[in-house]
Write a protein that binds this ligand. Structure first.
Ligand SMILES: O=P(O)(O)OC[C@H]1O[C@@H](O)[C@H](O)[C@@H](O)[C@@H]1O
Length: 415
């Protein structure tokens, strides 16, 4: 045997091969090279097959990975309106050109929503979805993998910029919460057109999910007249691996005159509930709150989890990072996690105020509850160049699984 061949043989023939080889020599009564060569040829053959199998495996893995990178095909306009907010506000969605976009490793589809307004559709591999209108940078829909809507959207919501904000979903209250300042209620961000930001600065918290979109809002000249500050507000809306809805806000002071600014803020989340009288909120009991129905006077919540029998409009102060909303009838619990947002507003207008609102159905109050991650009592202060981050994560679990029912403290102690 040539030297090279011997080295090759020795590198592929193992101890157990030698045993088998000798056994074969014994059985066939043949000794020497021919038997050994036959054995090694066989082993080469097996190796070749294994190498082919390996190549085929690599090929399929490659195909699978590249398929995941390609945005899923956009459904037809018919299915687009089916996935639009369930209620039928004044006008119907405009026909959609439904382009898919993939940038910066994010996948989303751009659609036309009510009154031809642009909206972004996010869908994850398991079937959860979310919709975000560029008007207001507002999430209007979040559905689980059973296509059940989890956010409330008023049956009379008005999709007519710029005067009215969309009633439902998650309006962004910035740079002012409610009437805590000189601007119109809840500030102007919810009445502005945001743009898609395909190249945002890197996010420290990256999700594995590719279902996300980055939006940006900068003040117009008119905005600067009513709030004399320059800012960049970046909002990322993402679906997490388990269908969680995650919103991250980054506000940067870009004033060039060296002036700081301060603002108050809320993610004004409208949760969809089966029946408000069947709902309780855990995680806020025993906390101090400002009661907006009593001149913003300060009180302390007494003892038990919150339940609802009449109008409520309270700002809970210094709340835990986790709050649970239990819907007994639906046997579903929303878990709200927040970061950078110490306060939590709880609001339900009840029957009289519901009737007084033009964009709210008379009975809608029975099927919604706002629990809003907020920064109200202590405004956020930013010097030029500084950035603030506020994060909200929403998920659902079956109520039976939720241990907080038995021990409210577990709501606030869990991660
Ligand atoms: O009607 P708007 O401006 O959307 O506000 C709705 C409610 O929003 C809540 O956050 C406030 O606490 C309430 O006082 C207010 O009524």
């Amino acid at each position: 045997m040539q030297k090279k061949e011997r080295i090759l043989y020795e590198s592929i023939v193992t101890e157990s091969d030698l045993g088998n080889w000798r056994e074969r020599e014994r059985k066939t009564n043949r000794r020497g090279c021919s038997c050994r060569d036959a054995f090694v040829r066989e082993k080469f053959g097996r190796l070749r097959v294994m190498i082919y199998v390996y190549y085929i495996y690599i090929f399929f893995v490659g195909v699978a990975m590249s398929t995941e990178m390609i945005p899923s095909p956009a459904p037809s306009p018919a299915s687009s309106s089916a996935s639009s907010p369930a209620p039928s506000p004044a006008s119907s969605p405009a026909p959609s050109s439904a382009p898919s976009c993939s940038s910066n490793s994010s996948n989303y589809e751009l659609r036309k929503g009510f009154n031809g307004l642009d909206k972004v559709l996010l869908r994850d591999a398991r079937g959860s979805s979310a919709e975000v209108y560029l008007y207001g940078g507002q999430v209007t829909s979040w559905k689980n993998d059973q296509a059940e809507e989890l956010l409330f959207l008023s049956s009379k919501a008005i999709f007519k910029p710029p005067k009215k904000a969309i009633r439902g979903g998650i309006p962004i209250c910035f740079p002012q919460f409610a009437s805590f300042g000189s601007l119109d209620t809840h500030g102007f961000a919810r009445n502005r057109f945001w743009t898609i930001d395909d190249n945002p600065p890197p996010f420290p918290t990256n999700t594995l999910s590719k279902a996300f979109v980055d939006l940006i809002l900068k003040p117009s000249e008119d905005d600067i007249k009513i709030w004399p500050h320059s800012f960049e507000y970046r909002l990322r809306v993402a679906l997490g691996p388990g269908g969680e809805l995650m919103l991250t806000s980054r506000v940067r002071n870009t004033n060039t005159d060296g002036k700081p600014f301060s603002f108050t803020f809320a993610y004004h989340t409208y949760f969809s509930v089966s029946d408000i009288s069947e709902v309780r909120v855990e995680g806020l009991e025993t906390l101090d709150y400002l009661d907006k129905l009593q001149g913003k006077r300060r009180f302390t919540e007494q003892g038990d989890a919150l339940t609802f029998e009449s109008e409520v409009d309270k700002i809970y102060l210094s709340t835990p990072t986790k709050i649970a909303i239990l819907d007994h009838e639906k046997k579903r619990t929303f878990v709200l996690r927040k970061d950078g947002l110490p306060d939590a507003v709880v609001w339900n207008p009840w029957d009289k105020k519901a009737k007084a609102m033009t964009d709210f159905g008379d009975d809608d109050y029975k099927h919604m509850l706002c629990v809003e991650a907020a920064a109200v009592e202590k405004p956020i202060n930013l010097k030029p160049g500084e950035e603030w981050k506020g994060r909200l994560e929403l998920s659902t679990v079956p109520s039976s699984y939720y241990s907080g029912q038995l021990d409210p403290r577990k709501v606030v102690l869990g991660s």
